[in-house]
Design a binder for this molecule. Structure first.
Ligand SMILES: Cc1ncc(COP(=O)(O)O)c(C=O)c1O
Ligand SMILES: [Zn+2]
Length: 555
């Protein structure tokens, strides 16, 4: 295994030792690991294919000389999940979620911790310091405990208490600082300096960037097995497919910096044809990178007092990470974008309700960013998009759920509660009759999506028909309170169904929402005029907009 460290400022190369953090020639702390790509490329694919699906499968491209199997916790190798429902709602079918929640401690920071701790163990280091907004310290704590390394975790007092307690559970020393995350980082650095301890330095820690690279390797392998190898360009057929977009929520920016390096190395080795466009997303209340990018600034202007409740993303001063990311974003024709906390919470709901993925607010920021970029036409319907779902849900706070998320039953003592009393109590929770909705659509995925939207946020009795004729029979038989109707269907299309409904008095007044994938001609719009209550374009609505329509039509 051979690798060297190259200084980003003066190009000087040295051997890698975790505790030596400055370039011996120019003192810079910004260095990058380099490998003998040509040599490694010869056998890389076949070696990788024979190993388990975790991040050590790419060990030739990691800066660890002898990884110790007994220190592992199953890091890396997270699933790439197609977001079918979201894709349909947004009109962008090739959406994939890189589910980093499934790491050993529930966030993408497990990669950073596992590789960095392996390097520290190899170097005989037994004590370290890290500043964190929660997940970094949790991940380091888990791996540090296995490697018998003591961790001093500096966290801001705004980190949710459950996260702090988890850090302590692993046996790390938690130091809670009332101050901004940037101040916490400064304190941790000073503490490490005074005691001569190893300090995690975020994106300047070479092992962290190297660890994040493996996300790119996995995505390329997984996309290839899901979608097949890419189409050749200029007669060259790369082995692995890469997406058009890679989207991730950032604070310090380590994720996309590492992922860029990963795709770049694959390109260098001839395994991938191109690097995806990067879209780093931040929270509006702490978006120094996005704001500086939009103003065309060469260096990031720090945010001195972050105003977001998404504390995990509260790096006010990204420093040089901004310059590096800016370069990558420009080169890949990507964008920086920011979203409000509310947009992130909304995305959190959509993701959980539509895809069964419960992400933490920081991770949801990336999804809210995706929604924004699709709406703005930046991400195109035909693009293949990978979104990093960086972390698991923290216990959902009241402000995320809003009011009325549960129904409460208070029962009198057992002896006073006969069987029918229980049933009566249940009746208060769920009355006998819910509004009835008929879905008439010939595409099973569309029926499933609409059913899911309805059942996730309200109580409806839903029936389905898969063509116009069946649909008409269903409506005439059941007289639903609302019909959701597709237009283009075999046998009998939606226009004919509407005509038939309006021709009979018992069905003439049932409200109809047309949901169509087709751009309507002016004549078709005319035909529908006055006949339907609402028109929804498939691929261009979010779940709650749709539900709003339904609610206004069913009293
Ligand atoms: C869940 C989650 N998402 C995103 C981030 C941002 O990561 P970075 O600071 O590396 O940009 C963090 C950082 O801790 C995180 O925990
Ligand atoms: Zn140098």
């Amino acid at each position: 295994m051979s690798f060297t460290l190259k200084c980003l400022d003066c190009g000087h190369t040295t051997e890698y030792y975790p505790s030596s953090i400055n370039c011996p020639r120019c003192n810079s702390q910004w260095r990058e690991t380099e490998y003998d790509y040509k040599n490694i490329a010869e056998n890389f694919r076949s070696q990788v294919a024979s190993r388990p699906f975790d991040l050590w499968r790419y060990r030739e491209l990691l800066p660890i000389r002898n990884p110790i199997p007994s220190m592992r916790l199953g890091e890396g190798g997270t699933p790439l999940i197609q977001a079918v429902n979201l894709g349909m709602m947004l009109g962008c079918p090739n959406l994939f979620i890189k589910d980093e929640r499934q790491g050993p401690t529930g966030s993408f920071k497990d990669r950073q911790a596992s590789v960095t701790i392996a390097a520290l163990k190899e170097a005989g280091i037994t004590e370290m310091v890290a500043a964190s907004t929660g997940n970094v310290a949790i991940a380091y704590s888990a791996y540090a405990s296995r490697a018998s390394i003591k961790l001093w975790a500096f966290v801001t007092s705004l980190v949710p208490a459950v996260k702090m307690r988890e850090i302590a559970l692993y046996g790390s020393q938690v130091i809670k600082v009332t101050g901004s995350y940037d101040q916490v980082k400064q304190m941790a650095a000073e503490f490490a300096r005074q005691r001569g301890l190893y300090l995690d330095m975020g994106a300047r820690t070479v092992t962290s960037i190297e660890a994040m690279k493996t996300i790119a390797f996995e995505i390329a392998e997984q996309l290839t097995s899901l979608l097949g190898p890419p189409t050749p360009t200029n007669g060259i057929q790369p082995a692995w497919r890469t997406p058009d977009w890679y989207i991730q929520a950032v604070s310090g920016g380590m994720g996309p910096i590492g992922v860029y390096k990963g795709f770049h190395e694959l390109k260098e080795m001839g395994l991938a044809g191109r690097i995806p466009a990067l879209a780093p997303i931040q929270a509006d209340g702490c978006a120094p990178m996005v704001d500086s990018w939009k103003r065309g600034l060469e260096n990031a202007e720090p945010v001195s007092s972050p105003k977001t409740r998404i504390e995990t993303l509260a790096t006010g001063d990204p420093g040089r990470s901004y310059n590096i990311l800016c370069k990558y974003v420009k080169e890949t024709k990507g964008v920086f974008e920011s979203v409000s906390d509310e947009e992130a919470y909304r995305a959190m709901h959509v993701l959980a309700k539509m895809e069964g993925v419960s992400a933490e607010p920081a991770a949801a920021v990336a999804f809210a960013g995706l929604f924004k970029l699709i709406r703005a036409g930046v991400v195109k319907p035909t693009d293949t998009v990978v979104i990093n779902c960086t972390g698991h849900t923290m216990p959902a706070e009241q402000f995320v759920l809003g009011e009325n998320w549960s129904r409460n039953i208070v029962l009198p003592p057992k002896e006073e509660t006969p069987e029918d009393g229980l049933l009566a109590a249940l009746n208060n929770v769920a009355p006998d009759r819910f509004p009835r909705v008929a879905i008439v659509d010939d595409t099973p995925e569309a029926r499933r999506l609409i059913r899911r939207i309805l059942q996730s946020q309200g109580n409806y009795t839903i029936s389905e028909a898969s063509n116009g004729r069946e649909g008409l029979e269903l409506i005439q038989r059941e007289l639903p309170d609302l019909v959701i109707l597709d237009l283009m269907m075999p046998e009998m299309d939606g226009f004919a169904v509407i005509d038939a409904l309006r021709a009979r008095p018992e069905t003439a007044n049932i409200p109809v929402i047309v949901s169509t994938a087709k751009e309507l001609t002016p004549q078709e719009k005319n035909l529908l005029n006055g006949q339907i209550q609402s028109l929804m374009q498939k691929g261009d609505f979010l779940n709650d907009e749709f539900l709003e329509e339904v609610r206004t039509l069913i009293k």
